[in-house]
Design a protein around this ligand. Structure first.
Ligand SMILES: Cc1cc2nc3c(=O)[nH]c(=O)nc-3n(C[C@H](O)[C@H](O)[C@H](O)COP(=O)(O)OP(=O)(O)OC[C@H]3O[C@@H](n4cnc5c(N)ncnc54)[C@H](O)[C@@H]3O)c2cc1C
Length: 429
């Protein structure tokens, strides 16, 4: 049997594997979507719910990319929120501040309602900690906490001092934290597969193992595969960091970063209760952060660091073990059962990139490592745009993005240098 997914904990704990046909022959739909990650699948659900005929064309398997490999943390950390607050008034005027704040939480509602409506088994749990890694990080964290108290979300958000943090996470590392019980964590691959089933139950077509070679633009655009094509009224390109389509417009805008994750052997009930008694997902306040949580079968799923070279890392386990054991010395020497990596799409100003490649061909990409909630928001925004309501879409499409006019490898080297600079600044804080 050919290996169709990376050897992740998620792939090993799929509830219902997908098995959709290859794209063959001619198909005609209202909207054709390239890419079967959260962006593609969440948009397909939105559109199918509104009665559109949709086809999703995926190069490998549903959830094969970042969506089926990530940390599973659904948080209000929209990437680029400060940059958005500066740029969006251009389109939204005074409403921009409230728009950006609400964006941070809108994806949570979509995911929660969808999991309930379509009974998707994805181990969804509430509870998250953002923990201050250095005393110098406390002030910004406290500011974020105070902002939360001025909004309805405030009742779910609590400030923990260093002593209180130690009662909910078994490490001495942190100097304070925000506990947010509105945030969630879940099994992202099972969510993505469940959403794909929901789309199909409403008439959507899905094709797997069907790489799209090119998009044909025109009054009736089409996505062209090796053995078939889908003609549509609109096309949405949702390939994120994994595709090479439309380089003339999209080249130099998005940079792939390889992020690694490990999963330990299952912990005893006592050890799990010692390190994470409230079953919270956790990440720290660094620019390139560590993030972790317990899985449903009590493994520690731990991610951290990033490789901006655009190439794969060699030994994720060896890279992450020291970080894991530094956080939890009580886990020294624990077996690592799974290790894998995935490509996230990094944007220089960290604002998600939404735009049009021609009148009826849209693209959405670049959530800079915070894409579970964001991709679901984007699905809603693009479905609204296809239906003719463009205001929110335009708020993103009108954002100015820096384009690095070099090939991707050189672009990634520049990005790596930039990230190194930010991390250096952070060390000085
Ligand atoms: C290791 C890791 C940890 C992360 N942790 C978190 C986290 O805890 N919380 C969070 O919010 N975000 C996290 N993220 C980010 C999040 O996973 C992504 O932002 C999100 O999944 C992006 O979804 P997407 O659908 O846009 O892209 P992807 O999921 O990458 O999907 C793109 C799909 O397009 C397909 N494709 C590409 N080219 C073609 C083509 N030519 N034809 C057809 N199909 C094509 C690919 O095969 C792929 O399936 C993490 C990312 C990584 C890599």
């Amino acid at each position: 049997m050919t290996r169709t997914r990376c050897d992740s904990y998620y792939a090993a704990s799929i509830v219902e594997e997908s098995d959709y046909p290859r794209l063959e022959g001619e198909h005609r739909v209202d909207v054709a979507i390239v890419g079967g990650g959260f962006t593609g699948v969440a948009t397909a659900v939105e559109l199918a719910e509104r009665g559109y005929r949709v086809a999703v064309v995926e190069a490998r398997k549903i959830g094969w990319g970042a969506s089926g490999r990530n940390g599973g943390q659904v948080t209000g950390s929209l990437s680029g929120q400060d940059a958005m607050a500066k740029q969006m008034p251009r389109t939204l005027g005074d409403a921009a501040g409230e728009f950006v704040w609400n964006l941070r939480w809108r994806g949570h509602r979509i995911i929660r309602e969808r999991v309930e409506k379509y009974a998707i088994p994805c181990d969804l749990k509430h509870g998250h900690l953002q923990a201050a890694y250095k005393p110098g990080h406390l002030m910004a964290l406290r500011k974020d906490f105070e902002e939360s108290q001025r909004h309805a979300i405030g009742e779910h958000v609590h400030w923990l001092d260093a002593g209180a943090v130690r009662r909910v996470v078994g490490t001495e590392l942190y100097h304070g934290a925000i506990r947010n019980d509105y945030n969630m964590h879940l099994h992202p691959l099972n969510l993505c597969l469940g959403e794909a089933r929901a789309a199909v139950s409403m008439g959507a077509e899905i094709f797997e193992h069907s790489p799209v070679a090119r998009i044909e633009h025109g009054e009736r655009p089409a996505v062209i595969g090796e053995h078939g094509r889908v003609t549509a009224d609109s096309v949405i390109l949702a390939g994120n960091a994994y595709h090479r389509l439309e380089r003339r417009t999209l080249g130099g805008r998005l940079f792939p970063a390889a992020l690694g994750i490990v999963t330990t052997a299952p912990l005893s009930a006592e050890l799990a209760a010692e390190i994470d008694p409230d079953d919270l997902a956790v990440y720290d306040t660094r620019f390139v952060l560590d993030y972790y949580r317990l899985t449903a079968d009590r493994r520690l799923l731990f991610g951290g660091g990033a490789n901006y070279s655009g190439r794969d890392s060699h030994d994720i386990g060896a890279e992450l073990r020291p970080r894991l054991e530094h956080t939890f010395p009580q886990l020294a020497g624990i077996d690592i059962d799974f290790q894998w990596q995935g490509m996230a799409g990094i944007v220089i100003n960290r604002i998600p990139q939404l735009g049009k490649l021609s009148d009826n061909v849209y693209y959405a990409q670049g959530y800079s490592g915070h894409g579970i909630a964001t991709s679901h928001i984007v699905g809603e925004i693009i479905a609204n745009a296809v239906a003719g309501s463009l205001e929110e879409f335009d708020a993103f499409a009108n954002v100015k993005h820096l384009r690095i006019p070099f090939n991707d490898r050189l672009g990634n080297s520049l990005l790596a240098a930039g990230m190194w600079y930010y991390q250096l600044l952070e060390r000085l804080r």
